[in-house]
Design a protein around this ligand. Structure first.
Ligand SMILES: Cc1ncc(COP(=O)(O)O)c(C=O)c1O
Length: 431
């Protein structure tokens, strides 16, 4: 399976050390199930569902066939003032999974676009409510909300911010939820509910009536699986309710079964007002994101305008692209037919036991997890470790020193064992 590329020079790769990669490339040329194959023919177990998006496993024929059929039947239809049936169908299918009060979906093309769209929806909602002075947003340290300007403004990861200091004004950051007391805690820690009081402090400092929304990843994903302490999300919900602040859950990673429930909202029993979605919505086969909102938000924004007016001046040329919708519908069918959310819940204790068995290896300094998602904090350079692991047959996505395990929901126990064996051997040597 040798693959020839004449030159790697012209493609400026995202979030990649370009010169380093081009000197020693890691090209993926074939995918199937939980495996990738590199350009030298080596098989690589995909422990991170690539970028936490390939939830049903790679190269699902049902999705490929649906996309191909769609492109031959109706490849594209303008999404402004025209429509096609498949976006309505996908919206209906996604809202069967969202909490009861959340039944309206705005389609976009990525998680980053979902975040910027959610910021605008929050502003539009408050304006329609006669509350246009609510322009401040609350986010959190170590947050990752994508890379568009709104998302960078909310972001709490220094590397994603420091080169781009000109961001949206009026964003306040709460503290992150990693605590020494919760080291090696699987699931929700007993310590840290008080960190939700940072939202109350923002209310006390700036005035609750100036704050539009509070954005959090229910489990902070990219920074390394920071599970919310017990009581934390509940307290955020309370403070939002007391002050008319919208609670936004960025479920780009936690959505679609990763936690053994459709969304983190159900896993933790806390219902936000808005959810941002992407990644597993199409199983990675097509770019797509979505913003799911409570009915009251949709109704407030739409009813504030005359009957025949455009109510929300926002959208993308590829909002709800037919091929992405076809991939999304096929993905929802797989989730349902194969009971993948329940499967994730069933596998979670096995996954926990295996991942936690790595505790004690010198190179590891913390392990956290929930459902089929976990993080290992290691000593030293995560990017170097990611490369070493890839050459040993494991794809594990690192951000900084945190390696994030999030296998496809279709993973078998034996494949979890394989993953852990490679990690144990490699990290022990690194120790
Ligand atoms: C929580 C969260 N929000 C937003 C994004 C951005 O998504 P995208 O890369 O599709 O723009 C990500 C990506 O990892 C994410 O994890």
């Amino acid at each position: 399976m040798k693959y020839q590329v004449n030159s790697l020079e012209n493609h400026w790769m995202p979030f990649t050390g370009n010169r380093d990669f081009k000197a020693n490339p890691r090209l993926v040329v074939k995918t199937e199930g939980v495996y990738l194959w590199n350009h030298e023919g080596g098989r690589v177990l995909d422990a991170s569902s690539s970028l936490f998006n390939v939830a049903c496993g790679h190269a699902r024929p049902e999705i490929a066939e649906a996309v191909s059929r769609q492109l031959q039947e109706c490849d594209y239809s303008a999404p402004f003032q025209l429509g096609h049936p498949w976006s309505f169908e996908l919206a209906q299918r996604v809202t069967r999974l969202t909490p009861d009060e959340i039944n309206h979906i705005f389609f976009v093309n990525s998680g980053s676009e979902a975040i910027d769209t959610a910021l605008k929806i929050a502003m539009a909602y408050h304006r329609a409510n006669g509350d246009a002075q609510r322009l401040r947003f609350v986010s959190r340290e170590r947050a990752y909300h994508g890379v568009n300007m709104g998302g960078v403004s909310l972001s709490g990861m220094v590397k994603n911010r420091e080169t781009f200091p000109v961001v949206m004004p009026g964003v306040v950051h709460m503290r992150h939820t990693w605590l020494e007391e919760n080291r090696y805690q699987w699931g929700q820690g007993d310590h840290g509910a008080h960190l939700a009081e940072d939202l109350q402090r923002a209310v006390d400092t700036y005035g609750g009536t100036t704050i539009a929304a509070c954005f959090v990843e229910p489990i902070a994903g990219s920074t390394g699986c920071l599970v919310p302490p017990k009581g934390y999300l509940e307290r955020l919900r309370e403070i939002c309710d007391e002050n008319g602040i919208l609670l936004v859950f960025d479920e780009v990673i936690t959505g679609f079964g990763r936690l053994g429930a459709p969304f983190a909202a159900q896993a933790f029993g806390v219902t936000p007002d808005i959810m941002t979605l992407a990644k597993a919505i199409t199983n990675g086969a097509q770019p797509m994101g979505a913003v799911a909102v409570k009915d009251e938000i949709y109704e407030t924004v739409t009813e504030a305008q005359p009957e025949n007016a455009i109510e929300f001046f926002h959208g993308y040329t590829y909002s709800g692209h037919p091929a992405a919708c076809a991939a999304g519908i096929a993905t929802m069918e797989i989730f349902e037919k194969e009971g993948l959310f329940e499967r994730a819940a069933r596998l979670a204790p096995y996954f926990e036991e295996k991942v936690m068995s790595l505790k004690g290896i010198d190179a590891i300094i913390d392990i956290r997890g929930y459902g089929l998602m976990a993080a290992l904090d290691i000593k030293g350079d995560g990017a170097a470790m990611q490369k070493t692991l890839f050459h040993r047959g494991l794809h594990l996505k690192f951000t900084g020193q945190a390696g994030i395990l999030a296998p496809p929901l279709t993973v078998e126990e034996a494949q979890i064992d394989e993953m852990i064996d490679i990690l144990r051997a490699t990290l022990t040597e690194a120790g």
